[in-house]
Design a protein around this ligand. Structure first.
Ligand SMILES: [Zn+2]
Length: 340
């Protein structure tokens, strides 16, 4: 069945066409028009509508590169359904290299927003109205927060079966249930019945080729699973690990940090995790694992003080198996900053 025209932010896109549009969000401090660039790909056949968003946090850059690669890979003349890609949601944040808007608001706590509110509220509102509404699925690309890095993982709401199934298809090494945070893109989409996969991979302010590649493969796997494209590259992992509860392990002593385990590793009870050494070379603490756990995130700081978060670990759950190849068928306190 042929898909019909779609209209996004007042621009109509015909079947088989890609249109790059830039609706006005607000104005800068200089009074210039601030826009939200996005690409709308309308397929030649009817199908689901999907969105990919990145850089909701303005220092989380990996998703920008993933979006560009997805735009290279997707051809509206070979597409069933509609894909809307927003490579930079937090435009002002990216411009100043900050997680937050220039007024320190967290865009991912500002949904659903309003047309008359702050810059964050206005961006959130346009994303809600033009990108999230009417979508069947969304992928929101993040990295760890400042001074941290994340092993590539997909975060979903535990009771969302649709998102859970798609998280397996995505094929990141880990799937981590994570509660919805009020005002987040994922929470507002969930309220509107749109399952969203939050991808976390790598560190802020840099491109991590591995995380970018996991996300690119994952998004294409999801599109292929939904019948939107015919072929997708293999997923990064054919057996994602569904993790159980996660927690941060914190430093007990200050000093120079030496990590003794690596991202993605399964550490066993008794394995060394890290040590801290004084600048004069005196060992201050050696920390070992008290239970088996996967390392899903870590600090990138070389020096630590007591109480600082060092490792994000999650208890092993079930090994999930991807079925047949689908192509055949919030807060200013750093210690409390969460990634998504
Ligand atoms: Zn983020």
């Amino acid at each position: 069945m042929t898909g019909g025209p779609v209209t996004v932010a007042g621009v109509t896109v015909e079947p088989g066409e890609r249109r790059d549009i830039a609706p006005t969000i607000s104005e800068s401090y200089l009074g210039d028009r601030t826009t939200l660039p996005m690409a709308v790909l309308n397929g030649v056949e009817d199908g689901p509508r999907a969105f990919v968003t990145a850089a909701v946090h303005g220092d989380e850059l990996n998703g920008i590169a993933t979006c560009r690669q997805l735009l290279d890979a997707l051809d509206p003349s070979q597409l069933a359904g509609v894909v809307v890609i927003v490579p930079i949601v937090n435009v002002p944040g990216v411009q100043i290299g900050s997680r937050y808007l220039p007024d320190r608001r967290d865009l991912n706590r500002s949904f659903p927003g309003s047309h008359t509110g702050s810059m964050a509220a206005r961006i959130a509102r346009i994303v809600c109205d033009e990108v999230i509404d009417d979508s069947d699925v969304g992928i929101d690309l993040h990295t760890a927060a400042n001074t941290r890095t994340n092993t590539p993982q997909v975060r979903i709401v535990e009771d969302d079966a649709d998102a859970g199934a798609l998280a397996v298809v995505f094929g990141a090494p880990f799937v981590l249930p994570s509660r919805l945070r009020e005002g987040s893109l994922r929470a507002i989409a969930h309220d509107r019945g749109v399952p969203v996969l939050t991808f976390e991979g790598g560190a802020p302010r840099r491109f991590d080729d591995d995380a970018i590649d996991v996300a690119r493969r994952g998004a294409l796997q999801v599109f292929a699973h939904l019948g939107m494209i015919d072929d997708a590259p293999p997923p990064a992992s054919s057996e994602p690990m569904l993790l159980n509860e996660s927690r941060w392990l914190r430093a007990e002593r200050g000093g120079i940090l030496e990590l003794l385990c690596s991202a993605g590793e399964l550490v066993r009870a008794g394995d060394p995790l890290w040590s801290t050494v004084s600048p004069l070379g005196e060992e201050r603490a050696s920390v070992t694992a008290d239970e088996d756990a996967y390392v899903v995130g870590a600090t990138t700081l070389p020096l630590v003080q007591p109480g600082q978060a060092i490792l994000h670990v999650a208890l092993p759950g079930d090994r999930l198996v991807v079925e047949d190849d689908p192509s055949d068928e919030e807060d200013d306190d750093l210690e409390d900053v969460v990634d998504d």
